[in-house]
Ligand binder design. Structure first.
Ligand code: UDX
Length: 431
């Protein structure tokens, strides 16, 4: 079977490479000529563990090709996965311009029966809108295509593992012939296949991501209470998580969630609830809690240092989580903005995200080594739980600091050990 994947972000590229590994002949399309050039040279344009080597493997087997020629790719493939971006607009709604543009290209090149598979996260009703674009006026070409909603649940940094071991595959559609074909595409996956309506599939994606994000905001609020009552959120979360109705995952308190999905998807769900006159209060609150949580380290700095004006603060990590160079909606951005507003001299280090952050904040100081960054700092804030930071030699760091203050935004370190080393240690929700 031949498959075309449009969009080579982490969802599109992971999907394309994994489909090629499963034996399909895959053509990946992207508008960005530089990305296509890099991919043709066997280079992944972003950091996603394992994707580089799998790409090289499928390229050797000639199972995948990359091109920016969308028209010919549509004409020569009958299954087309759409994995283009749907960023947030100012009012929180998802920007569907890229999805609709692809739909229009497909309409122009409808030379045979085509199955469109929407992987991009799109609001409820988009499947129908895409179908209307393809059907055109009078719905003449309705028999020549089918639109399937097949939301993606891959995590950045763990995209390959998630693709290979999904918890469920959701196939939303009304055309049985197309549903059967897509079920065959996923035949190798050992997980529940949910065949449902396009609307259900679209909502499953938003409701899942928003629920997970809400769980994080909830545990962060409990953590803030724990701090005030001399309790420890790690132990509280462990006690809660043993109840299978709660579950022990996504209960890690910290300085908030970020990334390309959670904030965007919550805002979009609030927006499409608004469209039908429904005020989604819980999600609005969870978003507000997250914004407050991102700036918690500033309160902790002030508590320990008084005025921050003229202080030097070092940030360990910039990406929104470990194993990615992505800084979209990262807590580091809100924090840097706030610290710069307080006239703090900001020093930063990150194993992967420096290049992306330099475009946003060229004026701050970047360091390859956390040890060099720490030199002369009034305090450090751990932003990202990179594994290399767990192995930092704090005996070496301490004498470099003007004040041995460590704010651990991800509860990566053991408070007792850090205190023994002579640090003023502040975690999130820990006594
Ligand atoms: C998420 C969903 O998990 C994935 O299913 C969906 O398809 C895309 O969005 P991703 O954004 O890659 O994936 O990252 P994830 O691992 O879910 O973490 C998101 C954010 O939540 C990160 O900033 C992380 O640090 C934070 N987080 C996660 C917490 O603060 N506490 C937790 O317990 C878990």
């Amino acid at each position: 079977m031949k498959i075309c994947v449009i969009g080579t972000g982490y969802v599109g590229l992971t999907t394309g490479v994994c489909l090629a590994e499963s034996g399909f002949d895959v053509t990946c399309i992207d508008k960005d000529v530089n990305k296509i050039r890099q991919l043709n040279e066997g280079e992944v344009p972003f950091h996603e563990p394992g994707l580089d080597s799998l790409l090289k493997k499928v390229m050797v087997g000639k199972k995948i090709k990359f091109s920016n020629k969308i028209e010919s790719a549509i004409r020569s493939n009958d299954i087309i996965f759409i994995a283009v971006g749907t960023p947030s607009m100012e009012d929180g709604s998802a920007d569907l311009a890229a999805v609709f543009e692809v739909a229009k290209s497909i309409k122009k090149n409808l030379n045979a029966f085509k199955i469109l598979v929407i992987k991009s996260t799109v609001p409820v009703g988009t499947n129908k809108k895409v179908a209307a674009i393809l059907a055109g006026r009078g719905g003449k070409s309705k028999t020549r295509f089918a639109v399937i909603s097949n939301p993606e649940f891959l995590r950045q940094g763990k995209a390959l593992a998630d693709y290979k071991n999904p918890h469920r595959i959701v196939i939303g559609g009304t055309n049985q012939r197309a549903i059967d074909v897509i079920m065959k595409v996923y035949a190798g996956c050992h997980c529940p296949l949910i065949v449902t309506s396009p609307e259900n599939a679209e909502i499953i994606k938003y409701a899942s991501n928003s629920f997970l994000a809400m769980k994080i905001s909830y545990i962060n609020e409990v953590a803030n209470i724990c701090e005030r009552y001399n309790a420890d959120i790690r132990e509280v979360a462990a006690g809660m998580g043993l109840d299978p109705r709660i579950g022990d995952r996504f209960l890690e308190a910290g300085i908030g969630f970020g990334g390309s999905c959670f904030p965007k998807d919550m805002k979009a769900l609030v927006h499409f609830a608004d469209l039908v006159d429904y005020d989604f209060k819980l999600l609005k609150a969870a978003l507000a809690v997250n914004e407050r949580q991102k700036l918690l380290p500033v309160e902790k700095l002030k508590k320990n240092l008084g005025s921050l004006r003229g202080r030097t603060i070092g940030l360990l990590g910039l990406s929104f989580k470990a194993d990615t160079d992505d800084i979209r909606e990262a807590s580091s951005i809100a924090l840097i903005n706030c610290l710069l507003g307080e006239k703090v001299k900001v020093r930063v280090t990150d194993p992967r995200a420096e290049k992306n952050m330099k475009r946003l904040f060229p004026e701050i100081n970047y360091f390859d080594s956390p040890y060099e960054m720490a030199d002369g700092c009034d305090g450090l804030i751990l932003i990202t739980e990179w594994p290399e930071y767990s192995a930092l030699d704090f005996k070496r760091i301490k004498p470099k600091l003007k004040k041995p203050l460590l704010i651990d935004g991800r509860n990566l370190f053991d408070p007792k050990t850090m205190k023994k080393l002579g640090f003023i240690y502040e975690g999130i929700g820990r006594n």
